[in-house]
Design a binder for this molecule. Structure first.
Ligand code: ADP
Ligand code: MG
Length: 605
């Protein structure tokens, strides 16, 4: 599916299939059903991006369908505008209101966002129902059909072709989007902001972006709906429908583009069958299908959380991505600090968590072409120090300078942009992306193409350069043979190497590694040591937090030792090894060995 040639052929075949179905002698009933399925699919495609990929649950998509429908219906009936114009006005209104709502609500996390979507879903519904200009709950009548050069597209098979071509184009655009720089950033949203921001991704911006795109998909569906029904009223745009769209997404497979169409199709067919069948079975009239939907939803969530499409996807061929980047030009690199010059200057940084001082006035500096170790027993404050340098945590006091400029106080993505890159003590990657895609995430800041160029495939040139860089960094850490594996299938050792390759992809001047050897086998550790030495030779400054003392003593030029948040000593590996204070800290002996007078090797920062 990822081979571009196959994709083009496949896409043309699918588009041709729409034309073919239109030529079949289908009864009107089925054409109408397929038209509704197409309208639903458009909305659910947006939900796949927003909820399945981006992890933002929305119950409010039906309201955006309503905005698209009402805008077009109102402008066509009141001002006689052409539907071909009002679709864009609808998109502009939906897009800008989604952006505004997004700015207001997408900072919320946990349950607050879904609650907020319910709130706006309800308020837009009552707004539509109470505005005199929109005909209150009776809505607007006499909406014209869509015509093209006198050809009536307003219903039946012509409408079927129009709708399904839009559905397919929407699906292709989403598939293109997900397979791009922007797509990787979107796919990183679900793992939490920490890693994404460390790669320079402005997570709020991308959340607002997918929220807006999803709303615009809904808006197009609303436009089609208004001109298909020839009338609009608030009822199809209420919260119940918002929930139903989410149901379709979950049923089909909320993480997959084709899951959207599967879900819309199955829901519509099931609904029709049940509406006829259930009252007969039960012997009374009522919306019994809703009860069945509830039960089906629970069963799907429990036994098939990836949705029904995943059953089909399992049987589809999935050849590895063609390595089309080998001829691409290398990315430009930043000018690096001169070997031996000071890269990082940490001055009396402090971090308090309530009453606990996790980092207590720590100072040290790091030079280009040096590997510095930061060691100390568990809980000494090493990871916290990392988080202070990289902007993940705010300082209680003190200052961090990078290449002569104060970086403390900047958000982590801006610190990343200046050339500090890191790995995490607890590996943070996207299991359902390939190794190559995960690593390319590190090169995010070295590209600039956005969602639209990705959807239209105008980003391929840049994309190949980014992938070339990712492949290169993977080869460098010895993972050249695993480019196309799913990251989730990697053992711990390769996972850590993946993080190093990802960090290197950002072309850093300072690399912070938090326990890179944890979980590595002996041979992998030796290879890691070789990579670190090579990076040092290239002039990289490295700060290494590590418990494996063989590795630390082997590769470090300089070591800082922390204990209970404080600076215990620093010096060369030999000095640190000879220090009774360090031995006491690690072994927990309580003899008094910390007097500076007995520590001639202690170097002040
Ligand atoms: P190390 O990486 O050296 O093992 P850490 O920096 O992870 O140590 O932790 C230092 C101390 O700060 C520990 O006592 C830890 O429990 C505490 N700590 C770390 N992060 C937080 C936090 N977010 N909130 C409260 N305490 C924390
Ligand atoms: Mg730690």
């Amino acid at each position: 599916m990822k081979n571009p040639l196959n994709n083009t052929v496949l896409r043309l075949l699918l588009l041709a299939a729409v034309g073919l179905i239109a030529c079949l002698p289908l009864p009107d009933f089925w054409v109408t059903q397929l038209n509704y399925i197409g309208l639903y699919s458009l909305v659910v495609l947006g939900l796949v991006l927003l909820t399945g990929i981006g992890g933002l649950t929305s119950f409010g998509q039906a309201a955006f369908v309503g905005v698209g429908a009402y805008t077009s219906a109102y402008l066509c009936t009141q001002y006689g505008l052409s539907p071909w114009l009002t679709v864009f006005i609808g998109l502009a209104i939906t897009g800008s209101s989604a952006m505004l709502l997004g700015v207001l609500t997408l900072r919320m996390s946990g349950h607050y966002l879904p609650l907020a979507t319910i709130a706006w879903g309800l308020s837009l519904y009552y707004l539509m129902g109470n505005l005199d200009a929109l005909g209150k709950y009776d809505g607007l009548l006499g909406v014209p059909g869509i015509t093209l050069f006198g050809w009536d597209l307003g219903g039946g098979k012509p409408f079927f072709v129009l709708t399904w071509v839009l559905v397919l184009l929407g699906a292709f655009a989403l598939i293109n989007l997900l397979d791009s720089r922007t797509g990787r950033a979107i796919r990183s949203l679900r793992t939490g902001a920490l890693m994404a921001e460390a790669m320079g991704i402005n997570t709020l911006r991308f959340k607002i972006g997918i929220f807006t795109i999803a709303a615009m998909f809904a808006s197009v569906s609303g436009w089609l709906f208004a001109h298909f029904q020839r009338t609009v009223n608030p009822s199809p745009f209420g919260l119940k429908m918002g929930i139903e769209y989410l149901f379709m997404a979950v049923l089909g497979g909320v993480g997959q583009v084709w899951g959207a169409i599967t879900g819309a199709l199955l829901t519509k067919l099931l609904e029709d069958q049940l509406q006829v069948l259930l009252p007969k079975l039960i012997g009374a009239n009522g919306n019994f299908e809703t009860i069945v939907f509830g039960i089906v939803l629970v069963l799907v969530l429990k036994y098939l959380p990836d949705g029904l499409w995943s059953l089909v996807a399992r049987w589809l061929p999935n050849p590895p991505r063609a390595e089309d980047w080998t001829q691409a030009a290398a990315l430009p690199e930043r000018t690096k600090p001169e070997a031996g010059s000071m890269v990082l200057d940490v001055r009396a940084i402090r971090k308090q968590f309530g009453g606990l001082t996790a980092v207590n006035d720590i100072s040290f500096s790091i030079r280009a072409g040096q590997i510095s170790g930061l060691i100390g027993p568990n809980g000494a404050g090493k990871s916290t120090t990392f988080n202070l340098i990289t902007g993940v945590l705010g300082l209680t006091s003190g200052e961090v300078r990078f290449r002569g400029q104060v970086v403390s106080g900047l958000p982590s993505r801006q610190i990343a942009q200046r050339g500090i890159s890191r790995t995490f003590q607890h590996v943070k990657m996207i299991p359902e992306m390939t190794v190559l895609e995960n690593v390319a995430l590190g090169a995010h800041l070295r590209g600039g193409k956005g969602a639209l160029s990705s959807m239209l495939r105008l980003d391929r040139h840049e994309e190949q350069r980014l992938l070339r860089e990712a492949a290169h960094q993977l080869q460098r850490v010895g993972m050249g043979a695993q480019l196309h594996e799913l990251a989730g299938n990697l053992a711990m050792g390769p996972q850590r190497l993946l993080e190093i390759a990802r960090a290197l992809c950002s072309d850093p001047a300072l690399l912070l590694l938090d326990e890179p050897a944890a979980g590595l086998r002996h041979k992998e550790k030796l290879a890691l040591g070789a990579v670190l030495r090579q990076l040092r030779a290239e002039g990289m400054a490295i700060l290494l937090v590590e418990h494996d003392m063989d590795l630390v003593m082997d590769v470090c030029d300089h070591i800082v030792v922390m204990e209970f948040g404080t600076h215990l000593m620093e010096g060369t590996p030999a000095q640190v090894q000879a220090s009774p204070a360090v031995r006491a800290a690690y072994l927990g002996t309580d003899e008094d060995t910390t007097s500076p007078a007995t520590q001639p090797e202690e170097v002040s920062a």
